[in-house]
Design a protein around this ligand. Structure first.
Ligand code: ADP
Ligand code: MG
Length: 717
């Protein structure tokens, strides 16, 4: 069996299963081997009943002391019995819809059971446990068993079986990282790494397997970036943007003066776009540093040179907000009231190079097909000057007449892949990526190795630093009083709701109930609304608009407001269950306040204030600087959770986490300096002659290429 073979070649995988695997993007044996577990189930030794804790998955060795009873609950057949062990404590045990067990279980017999412990009416219950013989149990105890990402109709067991077979039968899992690199970095072999990431015998093995595979991902990524940079360096641009005096006048007429850092970024971008080469620049600036206006100025310049510009953002709410801001600043607001209010104070709208008012439109997924079609047509004909939208902009049927600049805002990772798509839409437009993700500079240089970097390291002068408070739930009443005072002063407030779990349904319920509860606490005149991920984009927009227009005092929300939203009059934020969020997320959330000249306040409320969570969150209390927060986070997480944390936004790497794996990233970057993709592909890596003869160079290349294109798009050598 070879990695390029379809998964049908695996024993036990039939046509039906192939369809299911396809849903997980698993087509070949190689794809399957890289379907890594999302977590591991560690079968821990038998516990005494007396030591069981609610919620845990545990095994007991116990004696059945009551005859199993069967009850009907609707259609559900519930079998209940009682067990006890030498610790003397009893526990109820229940099974659902397994009536046949009734005759198989015998009084006075000792069983090993493993299941989740719950509490029902103050009694401990083990629900739906599996039964083991002593032998079976001792075979699995202490082992880590893979838990895979699943899809409907495909069980963990089925994937595990297929994986075992694929690992055993594959003949071409071959090393591709040169020996000297492996030695220098103490990396285990590729084959062993693959085996151990799926079926580690102990945690130490898992750690080493993960380290090796993370290294691979990052090493290949950096090599590919290097390759792209080399091939795009000095790429001639057909869009030479010259500075127009209209934009300079506009800039001087802004209600505020740009900060030094904003001016520097703007100048650098203009220099790039005027150089005759294609720009590829990343602007990093902490939340609230004023990146939007820089983007607007650049897009305006592009329009004045007779071209179109696009701004891509991660959410529809943000797209709508940017459209509004742009239209307002450019005085091309299309609201009727504004047209009516054409008094003397209103300046004339900004016009494009042909003297027509600049047209700014939105394009996002939730618009009706008709609306989308209209925008697309007007984009293709050149009638729209600036389009602001979500990923919908990436769709194939979106065409431009003459796209010269693509700006991406708050795109945690605007991948090389997406950039390529835009390259095809315009004739290699300039690319400006803007990010508030506080990646320390060293990491940014590695990860965005193909771009030039500008840092906006200064906030507008009129800002007061946010005042932070880290408190327990006992402080809630005081917090509400405080919020009430802020509202009485005419300010607004965000409450970020507790997360129960990751399901959006639960979110919805939480936020709505929380908002209702708040209404009973606050005076009736307080306008309280809820915002959550389950709402339609139009609904979200509407609520955000009303919040921005100060028709809402308190916005109760999930983290949907995390990115980019700008309501300067909102001065206070209360974050419930702050301990459940990562520091970077909390910092982004906090970035929603402190955007105006008034003093802002952030209250981090810990639902479960353990000393560790307090210590972790103290970083936020100490500092409002995203880069400081990120680097502290890095230090703390060094030896942290082995299984990594899910990052928000698009996932670029299968395993690697740039924060947690910062050290590996640096090592990979160091090795990549002396290497190139070409070299990696041309070198025959310490294979035995037999392997070499078997493998032929091609097969390995296809697999490697596939890995690279996962985050790079097509790369040609
Ligand atoms: P971010 O960098 O987080 O995207 P924004 O671009 O949304 O920040 O800007 C935050 C707020 O600061 C906006 O309300 C914007 O109008 C305002 N702002 C931007 N630049 C300045 C400046 N130089 N002086 C004062 N306020 C500014
Ligand atoms: Mg922004």
């Amino acid at each position: 069996m070879r990695q390029e073979d379809g998964i049908m070649t695996i024993k036990g995988v039939g046509e039906k299963a192939v369809e299911k695997f396809d849903k997980l993007d698993i087509v070949t044996v190689g794809d399957l081997l890289e379907h890594y577990p999302r977590d591991y189930d560690e079968v821990r030794p038998i516990k005494e009943i007396r030591a069981l804790k609610e919620g845990e998955l545990a095994a007991i060795e116990a004696n059945m002391v009551s005859r199993p009873q069967m009850k009907l609950h609707g259609k559900l057949k519930i079998l209940t019995t009682v067990m006890t062990d030498h610790s003397g404590k009893m526990i109820d045990v229940t099974w659902f819809n397994m009536p046949f067990l009734k005759n198989q279980l015998h009084m006075g017999t000792v069983y090993i059971l493993r299941g989740r412990v719950a509490r029902k009416r103050d009694r401990l219950v083990m629900e739906q446990p599996k039964l083991y013989t002593k032998q079976d149990f001792y075979n699995i105890v202490g082992k880590l068993r893979p838990i895979y990402p699943l899809t409907k109709g495909l069980t963990n067991n089925a994937i595990t079986k297929a994986m075992e077979s694929a690992l055993k039968e594959s003949e071409d899992i071959l090393e591709y990282i040169p020996k000297d690199i492996r030695n220098r970095n103490n990396l285990i072999g590729y084959k062993k790494a693959l085996k151990d990431i799926h079926f580690p015998k102990k945690k130490e093995e898992l750690k080493e397997a993960r380290r090796r595979l993370v290294f691979d991902e990052l090493f290949l990524y950096i090599l590919a970036l290097k390759h792209i940079k080399k091939s795009s360096l000095e790429k001639k641009s057909t869009h030479v943007i010259e500075s127009a005096k209209e934009v300079e006048i506009f800039k001087n007429d802004l209600p505020f003066e740009l900060t030094k850092a904003q001016n520097k970024a703007y100048d650098e971008i203009m220099k790039d776009m005027g150089s005759g080469l294609v720009m590829s620049r990343l602007v990093q600036g902490d939340v609230g540093s004023g990146k939007t206006i820089v983007a607007l100025l650049c897009l305006y310049q592009v329009v004045m040179s007779g071209y179109q510009g696009a701004l891509m953002v991660p959410t529809e709410v943000l797209a709508a907000q940017h459209v509004k801001t742009f239209r307002k600043l450019l005085e091309v607001d299309m609201d009727e009231e504004n047209e009516d209010a054409a008094d003397d104070s209103k300046k004339s709208p900004a016009v494009n190079s042909s003297g027509k008012p600049i047209v700014v439109e939105q394009l996002s997924g939730s618009m009706t097909a008709k609306e989308k079609k209209a925008v697309k047509e007007r984009l293709a004909s050149g009638e729209i000057d600036i389009v602001i939208g979500t990923h919908a902009l990436l769709q194939e049927d979106v065409e431009f007449e003459n796209l010269a600049l693509v700006v991406t805002d708050e795109q945690h990772r605007f991948g090389v892949r997406q950039r390529e798509i835009f390259f095809k839409k315009g004739k290699e437009p300039h690319v400006l990526a803007m990010s508030a993700t506080p990646i320390p500079r060293t990491l940014a240089l590695i990860l965005y190795g193909d771009m030039d970097l500008t840092v906006i390291d200064e906030k507008p002068a009129n800002r007061l630093p946010v005042k932070n408070a880290l408190v327990g739930t006992g402080y809630r009443e005081k917090a509400y009083e405080f919020i009430q005072k802020r509202i009485a002063e005419g300010e607004q407030c965000y409450v970020i709701c507790p997360m129960v779990d990751e399901s959006e349904d639960a979110d919805l319920e939480n936020v709505t109930i929380y908002a209702e509860d708040l209404r009973t606490v606050f005076p009736a005149a307080t306008r309280i609304e809820a915002l959550h991920g389950r709402m339609k984009p139009k609904q979200k927009d509407e609520i955000m608009e009303r919040f921005a227009a100060h028709e809402i005092d308190i916005l109760v929300s999930t983290t949907v407001i995390e990115v980019g939203i700008d309501v300067p009059n909102a001065t206070t934020m209360l974050i419930e269950n702050a301990e459940r969020f990562g520091l970077a997320t909390l910092h982004q959330l906090r970035g929603r306040i402190g955007r105006g000249s008034a003093q802002s306040y952030c209250i981090f409320m810990m639902g479960n204030a353990t000393p560790e969570s307090r210590e972790r969150l103290e970083v936020l209390e100490k500092s409002n600087d995203g880069f400081f927060v990120a680097s502290e986070d890095l230090k703390n997480r060094g030896q942290g959770d082995l299984f990594g944390t899910l990052q928000s936004g698009e996932k670029v790497f299968n395993l690697a986490d740039i924060y947690e794996d910062a050290r590996i990233l640096e090592a990979a970057a160091e090795e990549a300096k002396k290497y190139s993709l070409e070299k990696l592909f041309s070198e025959q890596i310490d294979l035995t002659n037999e392997e070499r003869a078997f493998q032929g160079p091609k097969n390995q290349d296809t697999r490697l290429m596939k890995k690279i294109s996962q985050y790079m798009g097509e790369v040609t050598l």
